[in-house]
Design a protein around this ligand. Structure first.
Ligand code: M6R
Length: 589
């Protein structure tokens, strides 16, 4: 995915767009570009984080659009960086998404003499706009014609020389308008302009329009792409605080977000009882429930399946969203899918929901980003209330997802008020746990930072925690890490244990005896044993003591692993908040 932003107003637009792109960098950071209303253009490879306004060779202007890229079509080159220009250089476009029929369109345009300078799918858009503008002499008509020609997912911004408006369109990729006093924003996500306005309009798919045109009363116009009728949208007030999207006193978003978790878990479970009641009755009425997600969200689903089994005595199918299509024969109008996604934009999850909907399956979702595609596709959506998660690596969204799912599992057999109280009491140890263990985990990170592999084992609810911990270590520190169910390592992977190989043992009171036996097996082969446990044990070479938090153990167990992953990344000099090759949300299949 990529981040896009446009601004039209009285401020210095390049500055507003530069700041916005920095806030959107979690969406992609291969390259970036900004163009102003008088077509001053700057593009660069790499991250925009350190760039200052005075570094930009752009004259002051009141209109600009910008882009920060996570490459899909075409490598990381200056030519492939957005904005892309029409051949006559009168039109500029930034785009997030994929134009699926770009090869046909490119071939058609090339036959007509258009010369392409990039390998991107996006470049067909400005050329199509040039072609249709020549035909219609009306940029709005040209924009509509272009939209009718392209297939795929997109959030697009376009400007034309001498035309005061920013033209936008959304289909399948997020786009939100910000409304200020005589100033207008359009961006992939709210934090991009939250500093200036918390008044927003979440655009729906198949909507297009303009902001910033000088015609009085037409400063914001939104139309339906199918009917071309004007749409009156409600302006919503966003209650996110600016500080939530800032690092504050912390060096990285990752550690800030790790430390926020007691508060975000509280917010996630303290939502109205009605929201949960509807969900619980959907689960009770269903005949066959599927929990689906990707990456970290999948781990939250897997962990929750243990909670449903133990606490509610209920079997729930857990399926990776990208594999869900193999389960279609088991779907009917009585099935329910619970789609879990921080971003609400993950292509594999959207695909699974569409497959389910064809079979009349009910869709419940748990999503963090408001106004997302997954929220809109669902019959009912619970918002995670975790606030903006800026670090590409997910931490607080994982625990918010799991807290909500645990609450649902508990609420199947007890009153929601009791269930909520239980979870909140169980996680009240979190700030102390973080404070007491951070120095130890930092030292541990220093000790093992040069190891080539780290293994993590756990049984029962500690197994998904092991998978999640390994994912955190891999993505942020680039050390190979693998999570296993305690009983599995000896079925093959134990061959990789050498003298000093770090193996983290996640113990719970219910699983301790067996997991300690597994730890012994590893120790006997020379493994360096790190216990994350409620008590000391002779087998451990290092121990991180955590409290026994009952049904909160699934949440608690992951926290030391998140902190360890963070310190491993810092110790190895990695870019903590923007790991290589990753984007916050994977909007391609
Ligand atoms: O936005 P989603 O929760 O749907 O994203 C799913 C995964 O792409 C995401 O959790 C990914 O695994 C992160 N890099 C985890 O830190």
């Amino acid at each position: 995915m990529c981040g896009i932003i446009g601004y039209a107003g009285n401020k210095d637009a390049p500055e507003v767009v530069l700041k916005g792109l920095k806030k959107l960098e979690y969406r992609g950071y291969d390259s970036w570009g900004i163009i102003t209303g008088n077509f001053d253009l700057v593009k660069n490879i790499g991250k925009i984080g350190h760039i200052q306004r005075h570094d930009l060779n752009l004259r002051v202007h009141t209109l600009a659009i910008g882009h920060t890229r996570w490459s899909t079509h075409g490598g990381v080159t200056l030519e492939n960086a957005h904005p892309h220009l029409s051949q006559d250089k009168s039109i500029a476009v930034v785009h997030n998404g994929i134009i699926e029929n770009y090869q046909q369109l490119k071939a058609m345009l090339q036959k007509e003499g258009f010369v392409f300078v990039s390998e991107t799918d996006t470049e067909v858009i400005p050329h199509l706009l040039q072609k249709y503008y020549k035909e219609t002499q009306d940029f709005k008509k040209a924009f509509k014609k272009m939209l009718n020609k392209i297939d795929g997912s997109y959030a697009i911004l376009a400007i034309q020389k001498g035309n005061r408006g920013i033209y936008f369109a959304r289909n399948g990729s997020p786009l939100v308008l910000g409304v200020g006093k005589n100033e207008y924003f359009v961006a992939s996500d709210v934090p991009a302009f939250l500093e200036y306005s918390n008044q927003v309009i979440f655009l729906e798919d198949n909507q297009y329009g303009t902001i910033g045109t000088e015609e009085i009363g037409k400063e914001i116009q939104i139309f339906d792409l199918k009917t071309h009728k004007k749409i009156i949208s409600n302006i919503q007030t966003i209650n996110w605080k600016l500080e939530e999207a800032e690092k504050g006193n912390e060096p990285h978003f990752m550690i800030k977000e790790i430390k926020e978790q007691q508060e975000t878990i509280r917010k996630s479970v303290e939502q109205s009882s009605e929201t949960f009641a509807k969900t619980v009755s959907m689960i009770k009425d269903a005949r066959g429930v599927f929990l689906i997600g990707c990456g970290t969200s999948y781990h939250a689903c897997l962990s929750a399946s243990y909670q449903f089994a133990h606490l509610a005595k209920m079997h729930i199918n857990v399926v990776l969203a990208s594999e869900f299509r193999n389960y279609t024969s088991f779907l009917n109008s009585k099935s329910l899918i619970i789609a879990v996604s921080q971003s609400g934009e993950t292509a594999d999850v959207i695909d699974a929901i569409k497959i389910a909907k064809e079979k009349m399956v009910k869709v419940l979702s748990i999503v963090n980003v408001k106004g997302s595609t997954i929220e809109r596709l669902s019959d009912h959506c619970i918002n995670m209330q975790a606030g903006p998660e800026i670090c590409v690596v997910s931490t607080k969204a994982y625990t918010a997802e799991l807290a909500i799912l645990s609450l649902l599992a508990l609420t199947l057999t007890e009153k929601i008020e009791d269930a909520r109280k239980k979870i909140l009491e169980n996680i009240s140890c979190l700030p102390r746990l973080i404070e007491e263990n951070t120095i130890k985990l930092k030292k541990l990170a220093e000790k093992i930072k040069n190891q080539k592999s780290i293994f993590i084992i756990g049984r029962d609810i500690a197994y998904p925690a092991a998978l999640e911990g390994a994912l955190k270590i891999k993505e942020v520190s680039y050390i190979h890490a693998e999570g296993f169910a305690g009983g599995e390592l000896k079925h093959g992977t134990i061959a990789l244990i050498e003298k000093g190989t770090p193996c983290i043992i996640l113990a719970t009171p219910e699983t301790r005896n067996l997991i300690i036996s597994n730890a012994m097996e590893i120790k006997a082969r020379g493994g360096f044993i790190i216990g994350i446990d409620q008590e000391e044990n002779n087998v451990y070479d290092e121990t991180i003591i955590i409290p026994n938090s009952g049904c909160g153990n699934a949440l608690i167990l992951t926290i030391p692993l998140q902190i360890l992953a963070y310190h491993l990344a810092v110790a190895r000099g990695c870019d903590v908040d923007k790991p290589r090759n990753l984007a916050k949300s994977v909007t391609v299949k």
